[in-house]
Design a protein around this ligand. Structure first.
Ligand code: HEM
Ligand code: HEM
Length: 173
């Protein structure tokens, strides 16, 4: 069994973490609070949708690499419930970002946003599509889960001292 995740998976983990944190912070501060006819929102839409597309590409690559490579054995926590919870939270950290991308694409294209943002179409007044609600709810869940994930990683690293961070970093496998 390898001691670390595959280096491509490690690179994708950190690249996706960077994209997701950026998208979540920018979505909350530079998109949700502004009205669609606010000129400041146009550039934020552009960056959000482009970065969302890049993130989709990275997420799909990650799922493929994850399925094709061997992973280190699970790290026990000393608590049966936590040991069962860890793989569930990891699965949700794959599913929720995908839900964000697909819901974003769904309500944006239903209101012709790509044409307004990258072309010359009219800006939709608001988004009433049900996928808009999915995007908002999934973003809150994802932020909570990322906070839990970071807390768990720090707890492993500094309280259990089991070297978890080296598993998600580059080096001899
Ligand atoms: C922000 C978005 C993040 C997402 C979506 C995310 C997602 C994931 C997922 C899905 C795994 C499981 C890998 C697998 O089995 O395929 C994982 C592992 C890991 N993550 Fe993250 N992560 C994020 C941020 C972070 C941050 C900021 C840290 C450090 C504080 C971190 C530290 C780790 C570590 C150490 C592992 C390896 C766990 C193990 O060895 O079992 N992650 N992450
Ligand atoms: C993983 C990728 C993504 C993340 C993490 C993300 C995150 C967010 C967040 C946190 C918000 C604010 C939501 C709220 O407060 O209710 C938001 C809004 C928005 N997102 Fe995303 N997003 C992603 C991908 C996409 C994609 C691919 C598109 C479209 C192609 C998109 C289109 C939008 C739009 C149009 C808004 C503004 C909605 C409004 O003003 O009412 N997002 N996003």
């Amino acid at each position: 069994m390898p001691r670390r995740y595959h280096p491509i998976l490690v690179a994708l983990h950190w690249a996706i973490a960077f994209c997701l944190i950026g998208l979540l912070i920018a979505g909350m501060t530079m998109l949700a609070p502004l009205a669609n006819n606010d000129p400041a929102k146009l550039m934020s839409f552009r960056m959000h949708m482009a970065l969302g597309g890049v993130t989709l590409f990275l997420l799909v690559a990650r799922v493929i690499v994850r399925l094709l490579t061997r992973t280190p054995p699970r790290l026990p926590t000393g608590n049966a419930l936590l040991d069962r919870l860890a793989p569930l939270t990891h699965a949700a950290l794959y599913i929720l970002p995908l839900a964000m991308v697909f819901s974003g694409i769904a309500f944006a294209s239903a209101s012709n946003l790509p044409d307004a943002v990258f072309g010359s179409g009219p800006m939709p007044e608001s988004f009433v599509h049900p996928a808009r609600a999915v995007h908002g709810i999934a973003s809150t869940l994802l932020m909570a889960l990322i906070a839990l994930h970071i807390a768990a990683a720090l707890w492993h690293q500094f309280f259990r001292r089991d070297g978890i961070m080296t598993r998600m970093w580059f080096g001899a496998r």
